[in-house]
Design a protein. Structure first.
Lengths: 244, 229
């Protein structure tokens, strides 16, 4: 670990530098280079920030889910691997809350000028809000649970969340097609090719940023776990010292 | 059959304990009554019968949701006195039998509260259901089971947590949203007769599907939660 740290650190700085560069190019593309959209004007440019956050906000929950399953699998078989899985799970959950939160806020900021309303209770938005609520409750559960059990409880809730999100989507989708509401929402397909560079650069930039903060938080959590193990070892050794 | 016997034993134990003190049921009943009164004052139901029919389903389920949250936390505290929970962990019967017994007991308590609450609702809200009221005897138990099965599970999660009482609603409400949608839509559809039977039937099927899925998950994961350390 001692020899790997300088290399890891250089790689991390390099990744950070490239991420900033990609984000700057993306910014230039989104705000200055890409043509203005016909109906909505310059307000539409927030889409290039909303879309990457919204899409990435759907990927990080799966990282959390897989890490939680790995934690449950390794819990009794290899506790050290389980700890690593748990660190990845909590890091992914926090990044999810961040990205989904920004997706919701940027969506609302865009919705008011574009649709005239801040919010709509259709399938996509409600599922997205529920995803945010579920992961905030995940983090709260971890904070409030007794110290030996945070990993297990978090993993269990992660399973509930993973199963609940598709169910919510399908049930509200069915409900809304029964009561047809005015059709609105970002049209997923049919993006004019001239917009594509902004979308791609921002998607790449924010994905790299997401991976950077995920791994940074993961490393932080690992460091905290190792410090905790050290402290526990010191406490045990102190208790073994035979009093003279 | 032994599994069923274990479940029934746990159920009987919980029913007996509750019968002796009747804390949960009394608390739930009074709470639900108060919620009905508060909503009655807030909305003036007797003057607007159509609107009342449209919102009664939602008010009923919100009142039941909050009433059952108060009782669900208490259902596990019974197991904490005298180290009973440690004994349950050491017992050879499967942990999910304990969970099912307790969930069934909670179901019976909440159904009792509903049976008392329904006439109160009808009286205070001047409610006259326009659709097939017998459907409610299907919707109410299915909806209640959806709340109770997840609620009993999450109440067990919070047993030794700080802020235990706060944790249950924080966990239960997001996870129950699809079930809440289905039960409120189905109940309102029956009360207002604005939905045709096929649509109500589909909501009921969604509710039943939710019940089956989450009962399975809770049964499978309860052992993990009980033996968490």
């Amino acid at each position: 670990m001692e020899q790997r740290t300088p290399t890891l650190r250089s790689v991390a700085w390099l990744w950070f530098g490239i991420t900033i560069a990609v984000l700057v190019v993306g910014f230039r593309q989104a705000i200055f280079l890409v043509p203005t959209e016909a109906t909505m004007g310059n307000v539409q440019r927030i889409f290039y920030y909303h879309l990457p956050h919204a899409v990435l906000g759907l990927i990080f929950p799966y990282v959390n889910f897989i890490a939680s399953l790995a934690y449950l699998f390794w819990r009794r078989r290899d506790p050290l691997k389980a700890l690593t899985a748990d660190a990845l799970a909590v890091a992914a959950a926090e990044v999810t809350v961040l990205f989904v939160g920004i997706g919701l806020l940027s969506g609302m900021l865009w919705a008011k000028p574009a649709w005239g309303i801040w919010w709509a209770w259709d399938a996509r938005l409600t599922t997205y809000l529920l995803l945010w609520l579920l992961y905030v409750s995940y983090l709260l559960l971890r904070r409030y649970s007794p110290s030996g059990q945070t990993g297990t409880f978090g993993a269990v809730l992660s399973v509930f969340a993973a199963i609940d999100v598709p169910i919510v989507y399908m049930s509200i989708q069915w409900w809304r097609t029964q009561h047809p509401a005015p059709v609105f929402g970002p049209n997923g397909g049919g993006i004019d090719p001239s917009f594509v560079p902004a979308v791609l650069w921002n998607m790449a930039g924010w994905a790299m940023w997401g991976v950077l903060i995920l791994l940074f938080r993961f490393a932080l959590e690992r460091r905290r776990q190792l410090a905790e193990q050290e402290a526990a070892l010191v406490a045990i050794e102190a208790s073994l010292e035979i009093p003279q | 059959m032994t599994y069923l016997r274990h479940v029934l034993d746990h159920l009987r134990k919980d029913l007996r304990l509750e019968w002796r003190s009747r804390d949960s049921i009394n608390g739930m009943l009074f709470f639900a009554l108060l919620v009905v009164v508060v909503f009655g004052l807030a909305f003036d139901p007797t003057s607007y019968p159509t609107i009342t029919r449209q919102i009664s389903g939602a008010i009923l389920w919100v009142a039941l949701l909050f009433a059952s949250i108060t009782a669900l936390n208490q259902s596990w505290t019974r197991e904490q006195s005298n180290n009973v929970l440690e004994a349950q962990r050491m017992a050879p019967s499967p942990a999910s039998a304990l969970f099912l017994g307790k969930a069934l007991a909670n179901l019976l308590f909440v159904l009792t509260v509903e049976a008392v609450l329904a006439p109160i609702f009808i009286v205070f809200f001047n409610l006259h259901a326009l659709g097939n009221v017998w459907l409610l005897t299907l919707i109410l138990p299915l909806g209640t089971w959806a709340l109770v099965v997840n609620g009993t599970f999450f109440a067990a999660l919070g047993l030794r947590a700080r802020n235990r009482e706060l944790l249950l609603p924080l966990l239960l409400l997001p996870v129950s949203l699809p079930a809440l949608l289905a039960m409120v839509q189905a109940t309102t559809g029956v009360l207002t007769a604005e939905l045709d039977p096929i649509q109500i039937g589909t909501w009921i099927k969604q509710l039943a599907g939710y019940d089956i899925i989450f009962t399975t998950i809770c049964i499978l994961l309860f052992e993990t939660v009980l033996n968490a350390e």
